[in-house]
Design a binder for this molecule. Structure first.
Ligand SMILES: *[C@@H]1O[C@H](CO)[C@@H](O)[C@H](O)[C@H]1NC(C)=O
Ligand SMILES: *[C@@H]1O[C@H](CO)[C@@H](O)[C@H](O)[C@H]1NC(C)=O
Length: 855
């Protein structure tokens, strides 16, 4: 062969074997489910989640329900802004057995996702409900009751069910004298290839087939070595959690990640992005210090499970660490048993960074210690490349048992595995009679409540809050004071349900009156591009006056009768309150029956955005302390400074806003209530406020004191320390609620482990101790045991001093004379009610140094 020709041949040969045509690199593969039932049970309106999916309202889904006349809806509202949690805000309650039936257009695997949250209800104590949930063939929950905890947590259950007919039913079966409830249901087709029929069995080692016969409950789904993946970023709306909390020895492992674009999926369709998105495969955990001489250890993950079931364990691998092929061989163990010996990804996938998974069945007997343990470690032998081992993703799914149950030993027809068969017909008859009696009882109670409701309309709060959404607000005191001018007169006496026109008269002296035309100009005629916040009631626009002053313009929907009260409340509250650490009103507009409130723009937005969930740079510990101190001052003023005392009711990190100098201001008073007077000790009201911040006492007794704000502020303090949301329903149950979780770690003396890694190294231990003590005291179960905001403020000031002292090189923090003075000061402050000495920034001459502004 002439040289030129052989060269050409070589090129041809190379292009033939080049990997490009063999892999599809994109993650564009999407899936549109033939069946897609999304129900927000008990909700009067459809609900749109942040991931774009729309859940049907309760009226839209009643046709699926076979016993609507027996059931009753609870719609207690709790405002919130965490992802997917809007599904937990309503529930449907079933005093009697009730069934949802769905038409199935394409039989096969379906996701079934159930959302439970025991909302407060005037008739039913949902935390005490006991019920079972079953499909036609599988028991999903047996005598389920919400886990007993001080503050109820949302409960999320995810199943993968093989549906074989064109009908699917989901039945809620209350225990005798109890009732069932549900907050939301998803029934959505899954791709048919998602769960192949066979897997590798580990005990005895061999093949396991017949997986299509089983129902699965998803116990864990982890993005190993990576971050949480939210439903929006998964083609099948799954959530993947980080694995750090399940690593047995964290120091044995290290993270490795590459750009997700590098990940390839094999062209044979064996693995597609539907199995796991490329963001799962692009991150991995590998052996720490694998380059030291002959490392020989395993990386171990331990996941707590119910030992009476078998589990399908899916491991995801993608070799993103090797520089060349045939250099990585490792062993995979499940519960101490060999799963794969010398796994050779190069050979299996013919490439680097190619997605691969392997399914294993771990049976009940080998999980008898209540644990699924996954280990990877380097294969031994001569030709075993660089010793290392990796794992990219891990899913653990509980398999239904021989009774067709995922919870307990009873099957759908009531028989048990040990065939202790019951006479279920008589049982059913008894249940029917009880159901009837309970139904009548419930109707009587309902009638009573209805009468009460008619009599006392103000006790039943409206669902849509004018203010339960983000408000970037700020006002500069000087401009406000000059604008208020002379027409100052309180309008509290004007307040009445029918007093709409009287109330909105422009002579009220509550800030400047803006004309509608002026606000149209400022917001470029309410341009959609100027929207900086959206809520159930309307939108917030960024506006700019001709003189360059920036404004946040909150425009309510004039049709909404519900908003008027909230609008009034907010104007009334704000007009009475002036403080450096409270946002205040610049003015309002009520022309053409508009309801518009105008605030100055808060340049740095909500505190939460500086903690997590956005890409803003992390803020230092000192800054965090100063922000908390500012917010505490604002709340302290609310509680004690105003004539009557005000309870904020919705203290959370999105209601603490930061101006251009990171000065914290408390926002959003639409939910506020006047504090109880001396003879009353509490304000009785329907539960309002935000998930994860709610005072457990308030929750239990629906009674409000200023100590409810103190509790919420304690949650804020931990959120600031740990940089995670107050509630994250996607986490394992013990981690969902930040307040409970942080207290657990604190009791173990290991709080360091959950502190925001950006700041953990820079906090002085004494400052941390003081801060945590303050936060912990705020979270006391009973209001009487909690400190006042003044005390909290003192402790935070002290924590800041300790932090600053620790930064001074010549002043070892434990012997600082400055600190001794502070101790003395603190005692003095406590005895004088925490008043005059703390607040240096309230400026000018006034009656009480702490609360001078605007009085
Ligand atoms: C690995 O990544 C996770 C998620 O980003 C993180 O929480 C964890 O701290 C990292 N581990 C190490 C050892 O850096
Ligand atoms: C890794 O784990 C397996 C199973 O638990 C065990 O048999 C093996 O000895 C471990 N390897 C090392 C190096 O510790």
């Amino acid at each position: 062969m002439p040289p030129k020709l052989s060269f050409l041949f070589l090129i041809l040969l190379l292009s033939f074997f080049s990997p490009t045509p063999t892999f599809s690199a994109s993650s564009s593969s999407s899936f549109s489910p033939p069946d897609n039932y999304l129900l927000d049970c008990g909700s009067p309106k459809p609900t749109v989640l942040p991931d774009g999916r729309t859940f049907r309202s309760d009226p839209q889904s009643s046709s699926f329900l076979s016993t609507p006349e027996n059931v009753q809806t609870s719609t207690t509202n709790i405002s919130t802004n965490i992802s997917s949690s809007s599904l937990y805000l309503n529930a449907r309650i079933f005093p009697d057995q009730s069934t949802y039936s769905f038409f199935i257009s394409q039989p096969g695997r379906h996701w079934l996702r159930l959302y439970f949250y025991p909302l407060p209800h005037p008739l039913y104590n949902l935390t005490a409900a006991v019920f079972s949930v079953a499909t036609d063939s599988t028991v999903l929950l047996h005598d389920f009751t919400p886990p007993n905890s001080v503050v109820p947590s949302p409960i999320y259950k995810e199943y993968l069910i093989n549906i074989t007919s064109d009908r699917f039913s989901l039945t809620f079966i209350p225990l005798k004298n109890s009732f069932a409830f549900i907050n939301a249901i998803e029934l959505v087709s899954a791709p048919s290839s998602l769960i192949p029929d066979s897997a590798t069995a580990v005990s005895p080692a061999g093949d396991f087939s017949g997986l299509s016969q089983y129902a699965f409950e998803i116990s864990y789904r982890l993005n190993v070595g990576g971050q949480e993946i939210i439903s929006k970023n998964d083609p099948l709306s799954r959530t993947w959690l980080p694995d750090v909390n399940f690593l047995k020895i964290a120091s044995a492992a290290q993270n490795k990640s590459v750009s997700p674009r590098i990940v390839k999926y094999p062209d044979d369709g064996g693995v597609t992005p539907l199995f796991a998105p490329n963001s799962v495969y692009s991150s991995a955990v590998e052996m720490a210090e694998s380059d030291t001489v002959d490392p020989n250890f395993n990386i171990t993950w331990e996941l707590t499970v119910d030992p009476s079931f078998s589990y399908l364990v899916r491991l995801h691998f993608c070799d993103i660490i090797s520089k060349s092929l045939n250099n990585l061989y490792f062993n995979v163990y499940l519960n101490g048993l060999m799963g794969v010996s010398s796994l050779d990804l190069s050979t299996l996938t013919s490439g680097l960074a190619v997605a691969y998974y392997r399914d294993f069945v771990v049976n009940a007997s080998t999980a008898s210690n209540g644990m699924v343990r996954v280990q990877v470690g380097p294969a031994s032998g001569d030709n075993s490349g660089t010793p290392n081992a990796i794992l990219n993703g891990l899913e653990v799914m509980k398999m239904s048992n021989s009774a067709g149950s995922l919870d307990g030993l009873f099957s759908v027809d009531g028989s048990t595995i040990v065939s202790r068969s019951q006479t279920s017909a008589t049982k059913r008859r008894i249940i029917a009679v009880i159901g009837l009696v309970m139904g009548i009882g419930a109707m009587l109670m309902l009638a009573t409540v209805f009468i009460r409701w008619q009599k006392r309309p103000q006790d039943w709060e409206k669902r849509n809050s004018f203010s339960s959404w983000l408000l970037p607000l700020h006002v500069s005191q000087s401009s406000f004071m000059s604008k208020v001018g002379s027409h100052h007169h309180p309008f509290g006496s004007h307040r009445s349900k029918s007093g709409y026109s009287g109330f909105f008269s422009s002579t009220l002296g509550i800030g400047r009156f803006f004309t509608f035309a002026e606000l149209q100009d400022a917001t470029r005629n309410f341009d959609e591009k100027a929207v900086i916040g959206i809520g159930g009631f309307g939108k917030v626009y960024l506006g700019e006056l001709t003189d360059g002053t920036k404004l946040a313009v909150k425009r309510g929907n004039p049709q909404s009768e519900q908003g008027i009260t909230e609008f009034q409340t907010e104007i009334q509250m704000l007009s009475k309150l002036r403080h450096r650490h409270l946002v205040s009103l610049m003015g309002y507009c009520d022309e053409q029956s508009e309801m518009i409130l105008v605030y100055e723009y808060m340049a740095n937005g909500p505190l939460r955005d500086h903690l997590y969930g956005s890409n803003l740079p992390p803020i230092s510990w000192k800054q965090r302390l100063e922000i908390c101190i500012g917010a505490a001052r604002g709340l302290h003023y609310l509680h004690t400074g105003a004539a009557q005392g005000i309870i904020h009711r919705d203290v959370k990190t999105t209601n603490i806003l930061l101006d251009e100098n990171f000065v914290a201001k408390v926002a959003d008073f639409g939910l506020s209530k006047a504090a109880p007077s001396i003879e009353q000790t509490h304000v009785s009201t329907a539960v309002k406020g935000s998930f994860g911040y709610l005072d457990p006492e308030y929750f239990r007794r629906q009674q409000l004191t200023e100590k409810s704000d103190v509790y919420s502020f304690g949650v804020v303090l931990f959120e600031v320390l740990c940089a995670r949301p107050a509630i994250n329903p996607a986490l394992p149950r013990e981690q969902v609620n930040l307040a409970e979780w942080a207290m657990q770690w604190h009791r173990k003396g290991l709080l360091d482990k959950i502190i925001d890694p950006h700041i953990v190294g820079s906090i002085s231990p004494m400052s941390l101790k003081k801060y945590v003590e303050a936060a912990k005291n705020c979270l006391a179960d009973y209001g009487v045991d909690r400190p006042s905001m003044g005390d909290v403020l003192w402790n935070l000031e002290y924590a800041l001093q300790l932090q600053e002292a620790s930064l001074q090189p010549n002043l070892p923090e434990d012997s600082s004379s400055k600190l001794i003075n502070l101790e003395a000061l603190q005692d003095k402050g406590a005895s004088s009610g925490g008043g005059a000495t703390i607040d240096e920034d309230c400026g000018t001459a006034s009656v009480t140094p702490l609360f001078n502004q605007g009085r």
